[in-house]
Design a protein around this ligand. Structure first.
Ligand code: FPP
Length: 231
């Protein structure tokens, strides 16, 4: 499952709180969602925590989000180790504060052998940025003769994406009533089912997670075939 965690700001406004308080409440839902994912056997959860476009938000909000990320990683660590959750990231993390990168690398290393459940945080991630970085590496390798440009297939290209060995999402969820994908896993979600809910991210707990799963279970996935062909 991939999730666009939207609506922290609106949730905060509704509760008479600052936007940062909304993000703080949102960060708490990550644990709830991982508990629900383990409960119903969802192996991969990929969360859009910070997009490559989010740097343009007010400086104070960006810096509060970075601080929150650092604090959250420290607080999630115990949970990941206890529940055997592998931690991974997608996106160009080299642009994050050095302290945060160190924490990320440490948590990745400590959890790298867990294979039951995985939390993937999209950090400084955007599909177009991911594609540009991939194309640049593909061009370099083609020039070096590592593969021949005539024989390149989708499997080869997907190996250059940040999600190289992460399965494509079956379900893409966006909270807060917005109905767009916002540069998130554009190639990987080619066949994902889309689920939009009015609920703001800080209110997206276990029940909302189960509701999304229930909705997904009723979908007929056709992958370009006819309804009769897949029966
Ligand atoms: C969108 O809400 C949310 C974000 C841009 C950041 C997501 C971050 C969190 C949920 C908290 C931190 C998470 C981790 C994993 C540490 P918005 O600000 O766009 O809300 P609005 O559209 O109502 O203003």
């Amino acid at each position: 499952m991939a999730i666009i965690m939207d609506g922290n700001g609106r949730w905060a406004k509704e509760h008479g709180l600052s936007r940062v308080e909304g993000h703080k409440e949102g960060a708490k839902r990550v644990k709830d969602v991982m508990d629900a994912a383990r409960e119903c056997g969802v192996k991969y959860v990929t969360l859009y925590a910070f997009s490559s476009e989010n740097w343009s938000r007010p400086k104070a909000e960006v810096s509060a989000l970075m601080k929150l990320l650092e604090h959250s990683l420290k607080s999630y660590a115990k949970d990941f180790l206890k529940n055997k959750i592998r931690f991974r990231t997608i996106g160009d993390i080299s642009k994050l504060p050095e302290k945060t990168v160190t924490l990320i690398e440490k948590l990745k290393e400590e959890t790298k052998d867990f294979n039951e459940h995985c939390l993937v945080l999209a950090l400084n991630y955007g599909s177009r940025d991911e594609l540009l970085r991939a194309v640049s590496k593909i061009a370099r390798d083609a020039k070096q003769g590592i593969f021949s440009p005539e024989h390149i297939g989708w499997d080869d290209v997907s190996e250059y994406l940040d999600t190289a060995d992460i399965p494509d999402p079956d379900l893409m969820v966006r909270t807060s009533g917005e109905m767009r994908i916002s540069n998130y896993l554009l190639l990987q979600s080619a066949y994902a089912e889309l689920y939009f809910t009015q609920v703001n991210w800080p209110d997206f707990g276990r029940d909302e997670f189960m509701r999304a799963i229930g909705d997904f279970e009723r979908r007929e996935r056709r992958y370009g075939l006819t309804g009769e062909q897949i029966k």
